[in-house]
Design a binder for this molecule. Structure first.
Ligand code: UT7
Length: 329
């Protein structure tokens, strides 16, 4: 008997109520709606309330994904939260989410840190664990309160990001159903720390003092842009070739939502029209590990992922990391 294949049984997402427009930002830093929109495609982003934590957003998205999948919390065997903004350095946000959702105690709960590629990393990890045959259902969540690691006086970073969460439930494919994961592939290029990092607050500089690097995100935007264009293309091409799928067979590409110019460049490389790409960064900005699951949920709910269609997910982030996954809905 062949092992069961695993499918995305349900999706959910959550964004905080507060919306910050480019116009709002131009009152905080020296920027403009014209600059932000023309360079990135972003118009606005959601910002979590002070008392709203990554685990709260993760839990809200997970509850919707569970309801969508018609899977109860006690059926979950694995809970992974992809995040670079955990509630606390310890314990994992996944354990906090476990308690909030009321998951069983014999559940593997852990955080996955691959920055903006985190969701693809978590998806592949959960899928591999399910394929071991030891687990049946997994919750895979991407959640970020990235507003807490931004330097709100640095216009080169603070205009790009927003807070949100997205989640999927994975489980054995019910008979006749689709949404199966075809494949996934992960990559890393360590040694590029200085291109995109939060230098302070870790073991190197636990409590940054005068002269130490800060606890805020620092980024060499142009270098990251070039890396993103190059490696998104590689990751997309690699997985399509591996599974012998022609780019034209991909009905919907769901890329990491960082910059519309990066997405346009991937569209040109794959020779696909723009309408094959699902893009929502205009309303959310870059939500890091939440970006792809949030987009998957919105794409599904807007009818962009009909049964039998093929989707390509492709992401890049700090590390540097990147990765891709293919799903047949
Ligand atoms: O998930 C991974 C996260 N990181 C990314 O996705 C970042 C990838 N990189 C990018 O998206 C782009 O490089 C940025 C949007 C960050 C920047 O766009 P760019 O076209 O590469 O601009 P630039 O860095 O070359 O800066 C051009 C000019 C500079 O002024 P000068 O030196 O030409 O006088 C900047 O100081 O734009 C200036 N600038 C701004 N002006 C108004 C930089 N940020 C802003 C701003 N508002 N917010």
């Amino acid at each position: 008997m062949s092992p069961p294949s695993y499918a995305i049984l349900g999706t959910g997402s959550y964004a905080p109520a507060r919306i910050m427009t480019n116009e709002d930002l131009s009152k905080v830093v020296d920027t403009s709606d014209e600059w932000i929109f023309s360079r990135t495609g972003i118009k606005e982003r959601h910002i979590a309330a002070d008392d709203e934590l990554t685990s709260d957003m993760a839990t809200a998205a997970a509850e919707k994904a569970l309801a969508d999948a018609k899977v109860t919390p006690d059926q979950i065997d694995i809970c992974i939260v992809a995040t670079l903004t955990p509630d606390l350095p310890m314990p994992s946000t996944a354990c906090i989410v476990q308690a909030k959702l009321g998951l069983r105690h014999d559940v593997a709960c852990f955080d996955q840190h691959a920055a903006c590629s985190g969701f693809i990393y978590a998806l592949d990890t959960a899928w591999a664990l399910l394929q071991s045959g030891r687990y049946r259902h997994a919750l895979v969540i991407g959640a970020e309160k990235i507003s807490t690691v931004l330097d709100w006086s640095d216009r080169t970073t603070c205009v790009l990001f927003g807070d949100a969460a997205g989640a999927v439930v994975l489980g054995p494919s019910p008979e006749g159903s689709t949404a199966e994961i075809i494949g996934a592939k992960l990559y890393s290029e360590g040694g590029n720390t200085e291109l995109l990092c939060i230098p302070g607050g870790g073991a190197a500089y636990p409590v940054p003092g005068p002269g130490d690097p800060p606890k805020f995100m620092q980024m060499k935007g142009r270098e990251i842009f070039k890396f993103a264009v190059r490696e998104m293309e590689d990751a997309a091409q690699d997985i399509l070739e591996q599974h012998q799928i022609h780019p034209d067979e991909v009905n919907c590409v769901i890329p990491h939502q960082a910059n519309l110019r990066i997405i346009d460049s991937l569209a040109k490389f794959l020779k696909l029209p723009e309408d094959r790409f699902f893009v929502n960064l205009e309303r959310y900005g870059n939500t890091s590990a939440a970006s792809i699951p949030l987009a998957i949920d919105e794409a599904r709910r807007s009818g962009r992922l009909p049964n039998g269609s093929i989707s390509l997910f492709v992401a890049f982030g700090a590390g540097l990391t990147y990765g891709s996954a293919l799903v047949r809905w």
